[in-house]
Ligand binder design. Structure first.
Ligand code: NAD
Length: 385
C-alpha cells in the first residue's frame, strides 16, 4: 500500500500558537558562551521575541557572539555584567547561561528587578543558593524555569507516563546515573572544571539530568538522607585526562555516587562519571511492586534514552517483558524549553520546570557533595521557602 495512504493515519504534530507575534517580549541573554548559542537559536524561532541586550564578563564577547551567529545588532545593547544589563534595560525575560557559580547571583538579581528567568541547569552549586533563588522567586511573583530540555523529550515523558499508569505498582527502588569512559567537558575552555566557575563537576553537570529523569517520573518526593562519595582521579591525572595540561587546575569531581532515602520509603542509588575505567555505569532501573522498568543508558549520558525501554512484569502468571518503542520528537527540545518559558512568562502560567521540584534535585547534589566531604551519611534539611 502506498505510503501516502498509510501516512494519513500518522499523528501530525500540530503546534498550538500561544503567542501574539506583534507583541514583542524584550529578551536578554546573560553569559554568551557555549550554551548561549542554543538559547539564541531557539529564541530566533519565536516571532514574538526582540533581543534588547546581552552581557558577558569578558569584554567584547557578547558582541562577538552576535557577529558569529549573524544576529542583526540593531537595537541590542552590550554589557560586561548581568547587573549592567538588568539595570539598563527594560527586560521581560532573561536567559541565565553563565557558569554554575554565578547562576544564583544572576538569577536573584534578575528576579529582584522584575524579570522572568530561564536558568540553565544545574540550578546552582549549593542548597543554600537554591533556597535563596526560591525565596527571590517567591517575593518577585515572576516566572523562574530551570533549563532541563530533556523534559520535552517524549521518551522522558514516557518514563513518567509508565510510572503514573500504575503498571509498575508502588515504587521502592531506583538505580540511576550515567557515565562516560572519557568525557571531561573542556571544549571551550576550563569553566566546567575549575572550582571557582563550575563549583561542581560531573555530579552537577550531568548528574542533575539523571536525577531529574527519575525524580520527575515519581513526582519529586522529598529527599531525607544521603550518603555520598566523590572523586577526581581522572581530572587530576596527567595520564588519563583528555587535557593533561588542565590537571593542575582541575578542582571538581569527575565521579560521584550517592545512596539517598526519599520520602515514601523509596531508595535512590545513583552514580555519575565524566571519566572512569568502564563504558557505562549501568542502565537506569525503576523497581515497583508489580513491575520493573529498564531504561538503557546512553554511551555518553546526555539526558536521553539509549534504546527501547523494557517493562518486566507478570501477565496471567507468566513473567513477560514489554518493550516500549522509542518515540520520535517532532520538535527540538531546546525550542520547546524556550517556547514554554516564554509562554509561562507572558501568559502568567506555571513554570515548565519549576524550582519547587528542582530544589530537591539540588538538595541531593549538595547532600552528596557535603556527605562526601564529611565521610558520613547526612540528613537533608530544606528550609521553608
Ligand atoms: N542544557 C544544556 O544542554 C547545557 C549544555 C551545556 C552547558 N549547560 C549549562 O550552561 C551553563 C553555561 O555553560 P557554558 O558551557 O555555556 O559555559 P561557558 O563558560 O562557555 O559560558 C559561560 C559564560 O558566562 C559568562 N559569565 C559568567 N558570569 C557572568 C555574569 N555575572 N555576567 C555576565 N556573564 C557572565 C562567562 O564570562 C562565560 O562567557 C552551565 O551552567 C552549564 O551547566 C547546559
Amino acid at each position: 500500500m502506498a505510503n501516502a495512504i498509510l501516512d494519513k493515519f500518522k499523528e501530525e504534530a500540530v503546534e498550538t500558537k500561544t503567542y501574539d507575534a506583534d507583541k514583542k517580549n524584550k529578551v536578554g541573554i546573560i553569559g554568551t558562551g557555549w550554551i548561549a548559542e542554543a538559547h539564541l537559536k531557539a529564541y530566533q524561532q519565536c516571532p514574538d521575541v526582540q533581543f534588547v541586550g546581552m552581557a558577558d564578563l569578558v569584554p567584547g564577547k557578547a558582541e562577538a557572539f552576535c557577529d558569529q551567529f549573524g544576529v542583526d545588532k540593531t537595537g541590542i545593547n552590550f554589557y560586561n555584567s548581568h547587573k549592567e544589563l538588568i539595570d539598563n534595560e527594560e527586560l521581560d525575560c532573561v536567559s541565565v547561561c553563565t557558569y554554575n557559580a554565578t547562576h544564583a547571583e544572576c538569577t536573584i538579581y534578575a528576579l529582584e528587578h522584575g524579570v522572568n528567568v530561564l536558568l540553565e541547569k544545574p540550578m546552582c552549586v549549593t542548597l543554600e543558593e537554591a533556597v535563596a533563588i526560591c525565596k527571590a522567586e517567591k517575593a518577585s511573583g515572576k516566572v523562574l524555569s530551570i533549563g532541563f530540555q530533556p523534559r520535552f523529550d517524549p521518551n522522558m515523558q514516557m518514563v513518567k507516563k509508565i510510572v503514573e499508569s500504575g503498571e509498575l505498582g508502588e515504587i521502592y527502588y531506583i538505580q540511576t546515573g550515567g557515565g562516560r569512559r572519557r568525557g571531561i567537558p573542556t571544549p571551550f575552555g576550563t569553566s566546567f572544571i575549575e572550582k571557582e566557575t563550575a563549583g561542581l563537576g560531573a555530579l552537577g553537570d550531568i548528574g542533575c539530568y539523571s536525577l531529574d529523569m527519575v525524580l520527575n517520573a515519581i513526582g519529586y518526593p522529598k529527599p531525607l538522607t544521603v550518603s555520598g562519595y566523590k572523586s577526581d582521579f581522572f581530572g587530576k591525572s596527567t595520564k588519563y585526562s583528555n587535557k593533561p595540561e588542565y590537571a593542575d587546575i582541575f578542582g571538581v569531581d569527575d565521579f560521584a555516587a550517592g545512596f539517598v532515602r526519599l520520602e515514601g520509603g523509596i531508595i535512590l542509588d545513583f552514580r555519575i562519571a565524566w571519566a572512569m575505567h568502564l563504558d557505562t555505569s549501568g542502565d537506569t532501573i525503576i523497581l515497583g511492586k508489580h513491575g520493573g522498568l529498564r531504561i538503557p543508558s546512553t554511551e555518553c549520558w546526555n539526558g536521553s534514552i539509549g534504546g527501547p525501554m523494557t517493562i518486566y512484569h507478570d501477565v496471567a502468571g507468566k513473567q513477560v517483558e514489554t518493550v516500549i518503542p522509542e518515540l520520535d520528537n517532532p520538535y527540538d527540545n531546546f525550542y520547546l524549553k524556550i517556547r514554554s518559558f516564554l509562554d509561562a512568562s507572558m501568559n502568567g502560567g506555571e513554570p515548565p520546570v519549576p524550582s519547587s521540584q528542582i530544589i530537591y534535585n539540588q538538595a541531593i547534589i549538595d547532600g552528596i557533595a557535603k556527605s562526601a566531604e564529611l565521610g558520613r551519611e547526612i540528613e537533608i534539611e530544606i528550609p521553608e521557602i
